[in-house]
Design a protein. Structure first.
Length: 569
């Protein structure tokens, strides 16, 4: 007898849907298990093979644990804001919502055909106003806690396209669409102080049942560095340049200093003879992305400012340069260059004929910098001010130098992170409106909870405004209110995915984003499955929001995802 899989599958899929076989609710008598897939972006092409790869795994595990008597929550929804629908709208004039709804219907049809055991009564859609009302509400919680602020941030601006481009949309200084020139332009942006949570996010990784490779990716992204901040005196200005270093023991080998081209002291330090060259170099560097500037293998470039700083350990005058490989966004925007023991500094010093001094024994400085020196012995490192590092090992020399810097007032112990504050806003239409009003006096008023959701208005065209602002800036009736001017930036796609796992536990609650009773029963997520490509951004951003919600007393667990598994290779 031939097995009619289509008939059999359809029969049981209809039965499951009619009888709500996989619908689940709180049951204090049963042990809960929250099994979650990373919800998909509903693209026009439908499911790809990577979707059912992960969904099949969670479905098998969910069915197995139900048979063992667990109360299993296994939901599905849609991460539906995003750039592709907006780009399609710009080309065709079709509203992103129309495209998104059609794509969701297709995704849902395909997923149901696969027979997965989802509780469809919990389906969510990040573009639904009943959902993004609470995304906006969470934004206001972060704002009221002082974690959201505005700043002028350099962005990739394409004058021809009149658009801000993501780093991925810029190739060799030109737009990937059309090949138009792209410049770096400061633009008003909303930022989140994720750096305030750097240590919390780092410590939280230790107890998570995640792949070590993913935890290491997050640790490296946060990038904790323990060292010291050192003061280099500028006699001409009667101020100090502050440098952060993890190797204060190598101060005797610091033979020059490099500032980021954007460093606020650059203008004050330029000598008249160097002014034209420096200004030209600064302009050039502003049109490069941080990624391009940090490329290790690129040719070293820089300009001498014409002035010197005082090395605090030996009193030597060391020349101050600017170079685009130093970024204002990391550390203090200034480095002490130790060419004897840093290869990039070494190459720079060789090119510009700057002194190279050995302070850790080993290697051959006539060939390259000696960088394998963490277990070395200090040489050429003493002064007549009470600091003698000679013959000490590196760890002892670091500690001795920090103590001396503190004692003499020339520095202090310090911790820095590579993690930067999160650039949160987008100059796009298809995203959650940011619920604030800008007053004429420059102050910002957050909307009242009763005014949420702040809905996306209809627009005639989806291209950015002439100023580079989002299309919302063109809708004067919406922008201009009695109380001030609405925010025209929108939230990024990350916003809705930062908390969707919380909405699943109480998706139809109109009074609050989730009830405390349901959150306490279901959280944390016991098993989270998705691609390793989300190892840093989505997982880090959602952890950040959850840590904040925990500090506000709105959730009962500090970490949202107990166990993580990455499907695929």
């Amino acid at each position: 007898m031939k097995y009619d899989h289509l008939k059999i599958e359809t029969k049981w899929q209809d039965h499951w849907e009619k009888n709500k076989t996989f619908k689940v609710s709180i049951d204090p008598e049963k042990e809960k298990l929250y099994i979650l897939d990373m919800f998909p972006y509903p693209s026009g092409s439908g499911l790809h093979v990577g979707h059912p790869l992960g969904y099949t795994a969670t479905d098998i595990y969910s069915r197995f644990k139900r048979l063992q008597g667990y109360n299993v929550l296994h939901p599905m929804g849609w991460d539906a804001f995003g750039l592709p629908a907006e780009q399609y709208a710009i080309k065709t004039g079709t509203h992103p919502r129309t495209t998104t709804e059609e794509n969701i219907k297709n995704f849902k049809r395909q997923i149901k055909m696969l027979g997965f055991s989802y509780d469809w009564d919990r389906e969510i859609n990040t573009t639904d106003k009943a959902y993004y009302k609470w995304t906006q509400w969470i934004f206001l919680q972060l704002y009221n806690k002082g974690l959201a602020y505005e700043a002028e941030v350099p962005v990739n601006w394409c004058p021809e396209l009149k658009a801000v481009l993501a780093n991925e949309e810029v190739v060799d200084g030109k737009s990937d669409i059309g090949g138009h020139p792209v410049i770096r332009k400061p633009m008003r942006q909303w930022m989140f102080r994720i750096t305030d949570y750097a240590e919390s996010l780092l410590e939280g990784l230790d107890d998570l049942d995640w792949p070590e490779s993913v935890k290491d990716l997050q640790r490296n992204w946060i990038g904790k560095s323990v060292g010291s901040e050192v003061k280099f005196e500028l006699p001409s200005l009667n101020v100090d340049i502050i440098v952060f270093t993890t190797r204060p023991d190598t101060l005797f080998g610091a033979t020059y200093m490099v500032l980021a081209p954007e460093h606020p002291l650059v203008e004050k330090l330029i000598t008249p003879e160097q002014k034209a060259d420096v200004e030209s170099y600064v302009d050039e560097s502003q049109n490069k992305s941080d990624l391009d500037r940090g490329e290790l293998n690129k040719e070293k470039t820089g300009i001498f400012l014409g002035t010197c700083a005082i090395n605090p350990v030996n009193g030597d005058k060391i020349p101050i340069w600017i170079a685009d490989y130093v970024l204002m966004s990391y550390g203090t925007g200034a480095i002490m260059a130790v060419p004897g023991h840093d290869q990039r500094d070494y190459e720079f010093a060789k090119k510009f004929n700057l002194p190279i001094v050995e302070v850790v024994s080993g290697g051959d400085l006539s060939i390259e910098a000696y960088t394998e020196n963490k277990d070395g012995i200090m040489v050429n490192s003493s002064n007549n001010m009470g600091l003698d590092l000679n013959e000490k090992n590196v760890p002892d020399a670091i500690q001795t130098t920090i103590e001396w810097l503190i004692k003499t007032g020339k520095g202090e112990a310090s911790v820095h992170y590579k993690l930067r504050d999160w650039l949160f806003s987008r100059q796009r239409y298809w995203g959650e409106p940011i619920p604030v009003i800008h007053k004429e006096d420059g102050t910002i008023n957050p909307l009242n909870e009763s005014d949420l959701p702040l809905r996306l208005p209809e627009v005639e065209k989806y291209e950015p405004a002439e100023t580079g602002e989002s299309p919302l800036a063109n809708i004067k009736k919406w922008v201009n209110t009695e109380n001030g001017r609405r925010e025209t930036n929108t939230m990024p796609q990350w916003a809705g995915s930062c908390w969707y796992f919380l909405r699943y536990i109480d998706p139809h609650n109109d009074e609050e984003p989730w009830s405390k009773e349901k959150e306490k029963y279901w959280m944390p997520v016991d098993l989270y499955i998705g691609g390793v490509e989300h190892a840093v951004l989505h997982l880090l951003y959602s952890r950040f929001w959850h840590h904040v919600l925990y500090d506000l007393g709105l959730v009962s667990t500090k970490e949202p995802f107990k166990k993580l598994f990455n499907q695929g290779m």
